[in-house]
Design a protein around this ligand. Sequence first.
Ligand code: TXA
Ligand code: MG
Length: 350
Amino acid sequence: MKEFTTNIWSVDKESDSLTGHPQIIQASLWIKNNEVIAFPTETVYGLGGNAESDEAIEKIFAAKGRPSDNPLIVHISSLDQLEGLVAEIPKRAQMLMEAFWPGPLTLVLPKGEKVARRVTAGLSTVGVRMPDHPVALELISECGLPLAAPSANISGRPSPTTAQHVYEDLKGRIAGILDGGPTGVGVESTVVDCTSEKLTILRPGGVTKEQLEEVAGETAMDPGLVSPDTSAPKSPGMKYTHYAPNAPLYLVDGSPAFIQKLVDKEKAKGRKTGVLSCNEHTHLYQADTVIPCGSHDALESVAHHLYDALRAFNESEAEIIFSEVFPKKGMGTAIMNRLEKSAGGKIITE
Ligand code: TXA
Ligand code: MG
């Protein structure tokens, strides 16, 4: 693989107009040359490349070390880019676009002829979204191309919510990172299948099931999400272990006192311990490392802090990590999906 000096290109996302921004033009030139660069979205940082070029897509998979049977999401900045990208827009998908775009919702639709073969990993469908971030939108429109972009992490690691996280993972492997500051939502987009009879959530994320149901009526959860060991989940990415810190992580469905007992047992064996705790409970733990991840009364704040908190354990001495759990409703569904993946399904119940 080619070696790069990875540039960090700062862009003030609050500035009045990003049109003609020199750093964004710089990044777009790399993309037009079929290279890949990282950029901020409202969910997590993405690793973008020309969605119409198999050469560019191959570089995305190589930089991330991503299994090639896991399809990529294509990002657009205006609805006219759907031409040739999708074969058909059902009424239900149209309503969802009107309600949630730009925003953290990916629609799986029948694919059009322009999509590079490797983007969809052989599927007849393509996932598409319009991100709600001024830097992402300006980059896509400056390129004049739809951008295929997975999260900009090394495969298996927590998704990046800052340019620094991307740098830790992809330094030397990509030409540059557009730095638009920390992302807002903090977990990835919700992926919904619009080709099945009933609208089906393939990956919970920034738009909740409750919000989808307000617009599109009854919405199902992919059976692969409910019992995670189903052999063929509809969203191929959901079958891999993901979002994992280096030390083993256990979810604990129990009180802080119960979690502290688990910590004490490990300490007695001479192991360094870590706890992932809501802000309200951090003072209740005596572990080597206690990392807060937002307020249990505002699950949006937990989503926002989650990946940074998981990454922070890699800077600590923790050899075993226990994590609190959150209610599986609203944003809690996406948070628990990611935590269950980082734990590889390991859960201890009081
Ligand atoms: O918020 C996000 O969605 C971020 C930002 C960068 O936009 N992107 C992201 O991409 O999370 P990635 O590649 O890390 O995850 C894409 C997910 C995977 O689980 C993949 O299997 C699923 O979307 N997916 C993509 N295309 C699909 C398709 N045609 N059918 C089913 N699932 C699909
Ligand atoms: Mg990812």
